[in-house]
Design a protein around this ligand. Structure first.
Ligand code: AMP
Length: 403
């Protein structure tokens, strides 16, 4: 890495998508952002926004057979803006990797051995790690000389005590198959808990925070003095809160029932719980804006879906208050948490005895900045703290390669 190398390319590879951001860590600015969708289809689409040049968004359609083709197309777009991947200013590529198991507790420079370890985790993350691995292989082939760093969604949660991470099942079976609670969205929980401490004018070690990451996927975490002590997702991202399309917590016997009585296959049950449950299963919509619109029109099904969503949130707020003992702040983040004032209001309503309240005027403010929505002098600060997983990945990557 040269002294002037301050740029980091962040890659988030999905099974048929590739999201990217190029950041300059000199001032944490974004130089370019974009997304390739429908990789492997005839109608792949690349949307590229060159923020550094202030140029207009560019869209390219056409078959991109695989991630290699997609990344080469991205590299060409960046090169057209003078931001090519061969630039000496590029310090590293940071990859989002969903599952790091117990082994990866921190961002890690990728070599062959690390890649083999990430591959060994495919059985516990069959939906996510294969795509992340493809992204890593592709980027390494394009710039074999450049440091590439894996930043794991699970890493922040590896501080959970054993009694929070273990399921109460036969230990030998659990250990043989690496069955335990890993948690996800860790990059967001880490970023938001730290930002929340800063909003209170404190260091992360001085505060206990409950983070509610409410996007299409949703998870809660209890963070004590900067360390995660519990989180709502488990072996997979299915456990915990009601989500856009996932059920969250459910009696596992429901799955036996669906197979034995309803005659569903393993794959059908998997799809039902991951793709056809949560808000979409309850009312047919998973977008909170649409659900609120329907509620305003008197739609009882949308109202019930909303109430179930809120009830689960309250249960986790109560549980994590007990786990933490003392709560200094509750932070709402991600698409729903940052934008849906009615969700924040309803989740906190009735919790005054727990020191939690929301001020209606503050809650109505729309802003991209972290902000308090609790009344002046509240025992627990309730906050909206926009998440920024790409910035966190870039920061962790840059810290590692510039150390
Ligand atoms: P994310 O996964 O963090 O991108 O969040 C996506 C979800 O955020 C969407 O499915 C919506 O439910 C929700 N969302 C986004 N914008 C708004 C908004 N203005 N009001 C309410 N919900 C929103």
């Amino acid at each position: 890495m040269t002294a002037t190398a301050t740029r980091v390319l962040v890659l988030n590879s999905g099974s048929s998508s590739l999201k990217y951001q190029l950041l300059d860590m000199h001032d944490a600015s974004r130089l370019a952002v974009g997304l390739v969708e429908r990789i492997g289809e005839e109608t792949s689409r690349l949307v590229h926004t060159p923020l550094a040049t202030g140029g207009a968004k560019r869209e390219t359609e056409g078959a991109m057979a695989d991630h290699d083709a997609a990344l080469k197309a991205v590299a060409a777009e960046l090169a057209a803006d003078g931001l090519g991947l061969d630039s000496p200013q590029l310090a590293a590529i940071g990859h989002r990797v969903v599952h790091g198991g117990l082994k990866f507790t921190a961002p890690t420079v990728i070599d062959d051995a690390v890649l083999t370890e990430i591959e060994r985790l495919v059985p516990v993350a069959p939906l996510h790690n294969p795509a992340n691995i493809t992204g890593i292989r592709t980027a390494r082939a394009l710039r074999p000389d450049l440091p590439q760093v894996a930043v794991f969604d699970t890493a922040f949660h590896t501080t959970m005590p054993e009694y929070a991470a273990r399921y109460a099942i036969d230990v030998a079976t659990a250990d043989a198959h690496r069955i335990r609670r890993y948690g996800f969205h860790g990059t967001s929980h880490a970023y938001v808990s730290r930002k929340t401490a800063a909003l209170l004018g404190k260091g992360p070690s001085e505060v206990n925070v409950i983070v509610l990451h409410l996007g299409n996927g949703a998870s809660a975490s209890a963070v004590a003095g900067g360390r995660c002590v519990d989180t709502s997702m488990g072996l997979t991202p299915l456990e915990g809160l009601v989500m856009g399309t996932r059920s969250g917590d459910i009696d596992p016997a429901v799955t036996f029932h669906l197979k034995r009585v309803a005659g569903m296959s393993e794959d059908e049950v998997d799809e039902l719980l991951n793709k056809k449950s949560g808000l979409i299963g309850l009312c047919g919509d998973n977008d909170m804006r649409e659900i609120r619109r329907r509620i305003d029109e008197g739609d009882a099904q949308a109202k019930l879906a909303f109430d179930i969503y809120i009830h689960r949130l309250k249960k986790y707020l109560g549980a994590y208050t007990a786990v933490l003992g003392r709560v200094d702040a509750v932070a709402f983040t991600a698409g729903v948490g940052e934008n849906a004032a009615p969700v924040r209001e309803a989740a906190i309503a009735g919790l005054a005895d727990m020191g939690m309240a929301v001020d209606a005027d503050r809650n109505a403010v729309r802003s991209d900045e972290p902000r308090l929505i609790s009344p002046e002098g509240s025992r627990v600060a309730v906050a909206v703290v926009p998440t920024d997983e790409e910035l966190e990945i870039a920061q962790q990557t840059y810290a590692l390669v510039s150390a």
